[in-house]
Structures are given as structure tokens and as C-alpha cells.
Design a binder for this molecule. Structure first.
Ligand code: S3P
Length: 742
């Protein structure tokens, strides 16, 4: 949809850059600049940004018709006058849009000028700019990868809307739609408030006459913080007045917070200061890691998911050396949870800085717990006691992490405040009735979506009663959830598991001085006790080490030592299964840290053979089956797994997704309802889908060691949920991986 005549009213940075961009891609026939300043008009024509230039819109108003577009790019308060002019003299065939930063004001001005919002008018706001202004700063690339917010109304004509959308997309922008009021509130908080503060700070310091040299000594902090105070004063004057109500609301919130901070400094309230600073640092770090990949105008909540990461792994490779994989995920989650509800300060070392454990950490920060770090695996949690958590400001977003959601459900069922737990697309498909059902029978009030799916809405203030619960499935998450609720329940809570599952919750509760009774499959505790802060050393995660254990077992000549790995007997199913298949695995340096056994594990290549996996080992290796399937594909003979239906409800349906990938690679793998039958043979080459499942992605990386050609693995961004630094470690061990981001 080409534009015939493009009339840009106001030919400063914003208008002139739009003209430059559209001319560059040939998206309009003719550009007409309207500018009051003669200098601007001359430059517009001289720089070939416009074909003609006039001082007033009236010079061309009655020559315009269908296919023509007027874009108003003047300061916000001047838009009123232009709209009155347009209403009086421009045909209703012409598409009209604007670039003002405040939409409510322009909408009202349009109603006054036209009597109602005309269907031809689409209000818009390109979120782009620079401290430079004027026609000479025109930049045809100003809008590339930046966002433009349009606020179409109910009666907006779709044809005119499409024309405006096309125009912005032609200059490389991403177009979003939003209601006017939402736009003005969001911009007041994220843009208008920072500008008003920056102007005020510089003005305050500039007036400090006793300190006239202040700017001479102003260091990085001042410079970083006040850069935006050199933006165009007229523009910002107009914005503040035009968006007065929203700006005042944001300003009141801020001044209130600042006043509290002032009080805390005066009272030397370290806890309060550390709370504000650690929360703010975490929020800013989170934001920085996202803006490193995208311009600041991108929406951080969608950026990560939109980015597709693929691994291209070359076949073969040797595997040697000593490797330390990151901290245990299950223990890291629990260290934050129990540290937060303990009394005193808990120091954690070896914490897993992966997205899942960080989601738990953020949830507790949101509930008012001061948590310092993580800094190279060190985290300090200032426990608030069993009843010290506070209502979070909004829903707790737990990303991809099933453990966070299920364990937190138990802990939050006993709080005095309401909470809502949400997650990403994969987590939103995972069953939650397995935790909601027992919690309800303890007296909790929990709502789920249909079929027991997240979000979970937990009503606070309920009296919980201890129960005896026979777990219908072997799940450490469900066991832990019920035990955590049991801390808040009257009397005894007892769980009975059908098979042994990981016991980190029980061990860590004891480490925090909380009495727990373990008697075979039964675990019980009494509600109403206290947790006392302690020191936690998180061992390396055996589930992450598993990838390199299998890698070494299947690769001729390999000899790898994995150091400081947790070998809690409820987690060592992988070792027992690999040994049954003939793997050469040895332990050294066995010791106990913080109630958990650890060791260095040496794995050397050996010829593997297929086995029937003993059913009692299934829950002890539940997260390792994707990579065990790769070991089975490299083994001689048939490997049979059954009794593992839980694999169908992990981050993906791990039975189906692994079977599909192995088929693509030419492996004879037959999925069954509760397991898989794999006949070992040659692994081929090809492109496989991980379906966003971290363990599937890493398993196919390991498969490449024995593949006949390269393996391309799609959808690998979630590897960072459990194994940050996986690619670097794999490379250092001798695997050739390339990361491609699209
Ligand atoms: C976990 C328990 C297991 C495991 C998950 C972590 C835990 O899940 O698969 O990765 O930390 O308690 P289930 O309890 O659903 O078996």
C-alpha cells in the first residue's frame, strides 16, 4: 500500500527521520514538509528529505485525497491547532496520524476539532528519539527495531489503520496496539517520570550556589543518571502538561518511596535500605540482560521467548578433562525457600544461577525477603521467619519452573495473604491438581484453570490441618509441597510415597533445625515449629553431570572427571543404570557437605549393552531419561523402559519428543505409554526439535558425539533454566557446538 503524498507537519528529528526512512525504501511518491522555520524548510529540500516545503498546511490542504497521508510530528500541545486546521480543510479520504507522546490529550483535541474521533485518524507514538533534534539530525534508520504504539479506536477505519501500520513497518519499526489510557500510564511511569526526575536533579544541583564546582566533579553516576535532562525542553514541557494526571500518579508513588528511603537513611535502617537496593538491582540486572539483546523499546516480557536459539553440533569429538557442572537445581530452590522462612541470615554457596532457581529467588524478593546476590554462586538470604512473608505486588511469575510452582503452592497455602502463581507456556500446560488436591484436603483454598492447569490462585488466611497423604505418584515435588504446607498446619502432616524420591526437602529441613521423621516411605512433621538459619553448600547437580557421564561413556577414548557432584542415593539412578549397561564409573573424594553426600565421579568409555531398566530405579533417574535414551541408542541390543509415565508431563512429553528426535536421526526407538524400547545402532544426522525442553536439547548435543553427521537442535533457549554455561563447558570438554540465534 504505497503512499502517494506524505505530508509531514513539523519537520524535526521525528518527522524528518520518518521522511528519510520512507524515501530510502521508496514507500511514498512525494514528501511535503510543513515547517514554520525557513531554515528547516530550506534544509528539508536541500537534503532531499522533502520534494517541497511550506510554512503552513493550508498551502496544500485542499489538494489532498485518497492515498495521501498526513503525519503530525509537532510538540504535543501544538497538535491541537493542526487538528483544527485539518478538520476545517482536509478531505475525509486522507489518512491522518501523529507522533505525540501523550495520546489522551491528542484524542481530546481531536474530539474538539472534529466533533468526534474521525475514522481516518490513527493516533500513534514512535518510541524512538535522541538527544539531538532538528532536521539536520534526520536518520533514516531511527525507527529500525523500535516500537511504535498505535491506539486505534472502535470506529477507526481499517483501511486507514492498515496504511499507518504499513508506513511504520516500512521504516523497520514494530507496531503494537494499546488503549489510550494504558499508553499514557505506561509512558508516564517509564519515560515521563524519569525525565522529570532527571531535570529536577540537574536543576537542584545547578542551583546549589555553595557548590558551584559541582559539575566539574560530577562523575559517572551523575552523567548516566541525567543524560536525558538534555532533551528538548519544549517537548517535555508539553508532555508533562498533556499527561498531567498520569505523571502526577507516577510522581506521587515515587516521592512516597523516596520519602521512606530518606527516613530509613535517617534511622540507619540497614534492612530497609538493603531491601530496596537488592530488589532494584535484581530488577535492573534482569532488564539489562534483556536489553543487551534488544533495543530498550522492546517489551522485556516477550523478548526472551521470541528469540530462537539453535545449536549446531558437529559429529565426533573427544572428551577429556575435569569438569565442574553448576549447582543442584532442587537444592538451590529449597535453599531460598527455607532460608526465607528461617530466622536469621542463611549463607548459600554454589547456588545455581539458572532461570528456574532465579525464578524462586525473585518470588521471595517479591514477598519482601532481602536476598543479596547471587554473586558467583553466593547468596545471602535474610530470613523473615515462618510468618514474615509479605503479600507480593502482583502475580508471582515462575517461568519454566515446575518445582517453583509446586513447592511454593504448599508454602503459600499457609500464608495470610492471597497469591497467584503463573508461568511460561510449558509450565502453563503442566498438571497442578497433584498439589492442589492434597492442599485442599488440608483446608487450603486454591483455584486452577480448567483441568488443573496454572495459573494457581491461592487464597490466604486459611487454617490448615495436618493430613496423612498417600502419594498417588512418586513425586518429590508433591511430597515437598505437602510437607511445606505442613509447617503451617495444625498437628502432624505425614506423606507416604509409593517409591523412593529425592529427599532434599527432608534433609534441608533437618539442616535448618526443624524436626522431621523419616521412616521408610513415610515422612512426617509437626506444624508450628521454627527454622534456624544455616550455611548451605550446594553440590554440583548430578542431573547436569549426567550429560557428561553419558558423553564419556559413549565416546571412544573418553576419560572425564566430574567434580563435587551430589551423590545423594535418591538421585543416583543414572549411575546405577549406566553401570548395569556396562559403563566404567568410579567415585573418589567422597565426603559430606551440608547434609548431602558428594564425590568426584570419573567416567571412561566402554562398550554399553542394552538392559531392561529396573522399575525401582525409575524415580531415582527421572530427569536423566532423555540422555539415557541416547546411551541406549549407542548400546548394543535393546533397552526397555517402563513405569515412567511421569516423563509425559515434564517440561515436554519427554517420551514422545525423544522418540521423534531419535527417529529423525535414524534410531529405532518405539515410544510406549509409560516408557520406550530402543534398539541400539548408528545415530544419523538431521534437525531435531527440543520443544523448549532444556534436557532434550542437551541430550541431542551428546548424541552428536556418536552421530554420522551434524545435528541441528531447535528451540534451545531454555537450556539456561538448569544449566547456564552448558555450551561453554561442552566446548571445553571437546564437543563442537555453534549457537545460532534467530
Ligand atoms: C524435583 C522433582 C522431580 C524432578 C524435578 C525436580 C524436585 O519432579 O523431575 O526436575 O526438585 O523436587 P517430580 O516431583 O514431579 O517427580
Amino acid at each position: 500500500m504505497r503512499i502517494n503524498k506524505l505530508i509531514i507537519v513539523g519537520f524535526g528529528l521525528i518527522g524528518a527521520s520518518l521522511a528519510a526512512g520512507l524515501r530510502k525504501v521508496g514507500a511514498c511518491e512525494r514528501v511535503i514538509a510543513i515547517a514554520r522555520s525557513e531554515h528547516t524548510r530550506d534544509k528539508a529540500v536541500e537534503l532531499k528529505l522533502a520534494d517541497e516545503a511550506h510554512a503552513d498546511l493550508n498551502a496544500v490542504a485542499d489538494t489532498l485525497g485518497a492515498d495521501d497521508l498526513i503525519c503530525i510530528a509537532v510538540p504535543t500541545l501544538t497538535v491541537d491547532k493542526i487538528l483544527r486546521q485539518i478538520a476545517a480543510s482536509v478531505s475525509d479520504q486522507v489518512t491522518i496520524t501523529d507522533c505525540a507522546s501523550v495520546k489522551g490529550h491528542v484524542e481530546e483535541a481531536a474530539r474538539k476539532a472534529f466533533g468526534e474521533l474521525p475514522p481516518q485518524l490513527i493516533l500513534g507514538h514512535p518510541i524512538a528519539g535522541s538527544e539531538r533534534s532538528g532536521v539536520l539530525a534526520a536518520d533514516p534508520e531511527l525507527y529500525i527495531d523500535h516500537r511504535v504504539i498505535l491506539t486505534p479506536a472502535e470506529n477507526t477505519d481499517s483501511h486507514h489503520l492498515e496504511r499507518v501500520v504499513n508506513m511504520w513497518e516500512a521504516v523497520g519499526a514494530e507496531v503494537l496496539r494499546m488503549p489510550v489510557a494504558e499508553h499514557d500510564d505506561v509512558l508516564a511511569a517509564t519515560s515521563h517520570l524519569p525525565h522529570v526526575i532527571a531535570y529536577s536533579l540537574v536543576d537542584t544541583l545547578a542551583h546549589d550556589t555553595e557548590n558551584e564546582n559541582i559539575f566539574r566533579y560530577a562523575a559517572g553516576g551523575f552523567r548516566d543518571f541525567t543524560r536525558i535532562a538534555s532533551s528538548d525542553p519544549t517537548m517535555w514541557h508539553d508532555i508533562m502538561l498533556a499527561n498531567r494526571d498520569s505523571v502526577l500518579r507516577a510522581l506521587d508513588l515515587f516521592t512516597n518511596n523516596l520519602a521512606q528511603l530518606r527516613q530509613a537513611i535517617a534511622a540507619q535502617d540497614s534492612d530497609y535500605l538493603m531491601g530496596v537496593f537488592t530488589r532494584a538491582k535484581a530488577a535492573r540486572d534482569h532488564f539489562s540482560s534483556r536489553i543487551a539483546r534488544q533495543p530498550y523499546t522492546s517489551n522485556p516480557s516477550t523478548t526472551m521467548n521470541e528469540q530462537q536459539i539453535e545449536y549446531l553440533v558437529q559429529p565426533g569429538g573427544s572428551l577429556t578433562g575435569s569438569l565442574r557442572v553448576p549447582g543442584d537445581k532442587s537444592i538451590s530452590h529449597r535453599s531460598i525457600m527455607l532460608g526465607s522462612i528461617a530466622e536469621g541470615v542463611t549463607e548459600i554457596e554454589g547456588f545455581l544461577e539458572g532461570e528456574d532457581a532465579l525464578a524462586t529467588l525473585q518470588a521471595f524478593r517479591d514477598m519482601g525477603v532481602v536476598i543479596e546476590g547471587p554473586d558467583q554462586g553466593r547468596v545471602t538470604v535474610h530470613g523473615v521467619g515462618l510468618h514474615g512473608l509479605q503479600a507480593p505486588p502482583g502475580a508471582l511469575y515462575l517461568g519454566n519452573s515446575g518445582t517453583s510452582m509446586r513447592l511454593l503452592a504448599g508454602l503459600l497455602a499457609g500464608q495470610s495473604f492471597d497469591t497467584e502463581l503463573t508461568g511460561d507456556e510449558s509450565l502453563s500446560r503442566r498438571p497442578m491438581n497433584r498439589v492442589a488436591d492434597p492442599l485442599r484436603s488440608m483446608g487450603a483454598k486454591i483455584e486452577t484453570e480448567a483441568k488443573g492447569l496454572p495459573p494457581l490462585r491461592i487464597e490466604g488466611g486459611q487454617e490448615l490441618n495436618g493430613i496423612r497423604y498417600d502419594l498417588p505418584m512418586a513425586s518429590a515435588q508433591v511430597k515437598s509441597c505437602v510437607l511445606l504446607a505442613g509447617l503451617y498446619a495444625q498437628g502432624q502432616t505425614e506423606v507416604v510415597e509409593p517409591a523412593v524420591t529425592r529427599d532434599h526437602t527432608e534433609r534441608m529441613l533437618k539442616g535448618f533445625g526443624y524436626p522431621v521423621e523419616c521412616d521408610g516411605p513415610r515422612v512426617s512433621l509437626q506444624g508450628g515449629g521454627k527454622l534456624k538459619a544455616c550455611h548451605i553448600e550446594v553440590p554440583a547437580d548430578i542431573s547436569s553431570a549426567a550429560f557428561f557421564m553419558v558423553a564419556a561413556a559413549i565416546t571412544p577414548g573418553a576419560d572425564v572427571t566430574l567434580t563435587h557432584v551430589g551423590i545423594n542415593p535418591t538421585r543416583t539412578g543414572i549411575i546405577n543404570i549406566l553401570r548395569l549397561m556396562g559403563a566404567d564409573i568410579g567415585f573418589s573424594n567422597k565426603r559430606e557437605v551440608g547434609g548431602e553426600p558428594v564425590a568426584d565421579i570419573r567416567v571412561r568409555h566402554s562398550e554399553l549393552k542394552g538392559i531392561d531398566i529396573p522399575p525401582e530405579l525409575v524415580p531415582l533417574a527421572i530427569d536423566e531419561f532423555p540422555v539415557l535414551f541416547v546411551a541406549a541408542a549407542c548400546a548394543e541390543g535393546t533397552t526397555r523402559l517402563s513405569g515412567a509415565e511421569e516423563l509425559r508431563v515434564k517440561e515436554s512429553d519427554r517420551i514422545q519428543v525423544m522418540a521423534d528426535g531419535l527417529h529423525i536421526l535414524g534410531v529405532d526407538a518405539q515410544p510406549t505409554a509409560d516408557g520406550m524400547i530402543i534398539n541400539g545402532g548408528q545415530i544419523g544426522e538431521g534437525t531435531v526439535e527440543s520443544h523448549g525442553d532444556h534436557r532434550i536439547a542437551m541430550s541431542f548435543v551428546i548424541a552428536a558425539l556418536r552421530a554420522s553427521g551434524p545435528i541441528n537442535i531447535r528451540d534451545c533457549a531454555n537450556v539456561s533454566t538448569s544449566f547456564p554455561g552448558f555450551v561453554e563447558l561442552a566446548r571445553s570438554a571437546g564437543i563442537s557446538i555453534e549457537i545460532n540465534a534467530t
